[in-house]
Design a protein. Sequence first.
Length: 439
Amino acid sequence: MNPSWAGILGVAFGAAAAGLVVWPFAGATWAWAAVGAVLALRVLYHAIHLAALHAWLRRPTLETLPRGRGAWEEALADLHRLFKGRDAEQQQLLRTLARFRAAGRALPDGVVILDRENHIEWANPTAARYFGIDARRDFGQPVTNFVRHPDFVAYLAAGEFADPLVLRSARSDAVLSLRVIEFGDEQKLLNSRDVTAEDRLDTMRRDFVANVSHELKTPVTVLSGFVETLGDESLELLPQQKRRFLGLMAEQARRMQRLVEDLLTLSALESGAAPEDEQPIEVRPLVERLAEEARALSAGRHRIEIAIREDCRLLGSPKELHSALSNLVSNAVRYTPEGGSVRLAWRIEGARGVFSVADTGIGIEPRHMPRLTERFYRVDSGRSRETGGTGLGLAIVKHALTRHQASLEIESELGRGSTFSAVFPAARVLAAGVAKVAA
């Protein structure tokens, strides 16, 4: 039987029993009075429980659920089970939401949840950094208040989100890839990813191809022209003309060969994480060899000096370090006018080893300094080509030193000369000993 009907029948039988007991002793009036009293007490009992339930419903919590007896006990027990189940579901939803938000905050990409009108419902810290959104303060604001770029406004209005939109951030120099993903009941997720590194790499790749093509174009054009001239039997060339043409062809061929060799060297330096042929290298013989090469390149036009404060050894790849340091030395010779001096030095500074090349050359303007180690970047393009430079020397130096955990430091004053220093960490500077220098 239904508990509520059982309770009603119980009240009815109780009142009837009270009336039958009182009737023989006190008459009909008192019997009906007894019935009324029993009914009144039962109504009061239910009213008290109903009032308690009504008060609880204003602030329902599992801990404050009232207790009852009889039919109320069963009803409140059912309510307790129902409320407990709902509370468990709510707690599970809250935990799921908290995990979702924690995952959203941890994402390296920016995430903004939008409603059907493109108003902000939630944003993670990455998106807040990209667009200046405060997730609490800006709740309900149109996302176009923060991403004002006309291309994004048009992208959002068009509703065609198959391809991402690439924009430069208005708050920084970052390049962002924006993609809108539709989900749920007309909701959208705005995903933003920092693609600055990829964009810079693409730019460098395009510039590299353009620069290589430009560097090869001149010698190839010269060679092609001379080949056509020498192959034209209708032209009668004097022996000295042929010798001059062949000399110019050989010069351009050597230029292309140097370029290819430098490209191969740079490619090898960029492809590996650490040199494979590391060994202790005696510093003094290495510096003296570099000085001899500088004298040969100078052909007596400059003073070449050496200053070695401490004899020690340097742990590294002989081939790579010789290539890097000789680039510094040859640059100093090429960019120093006749009669100037080039000084090669080695010293220990705070346990670190420092190889420096100081010249009294033309110097470098400050605006060129940040870009000196870029591939094919030249301060003076005409002079660099005249002196046989490929534009890759300092890029090779930078990558070779990086593979040895070393750094390149540059000091220069326009018209007064430059100092290029290769700074090696203390772990690569060893005590003096016997070691053979290899090229």
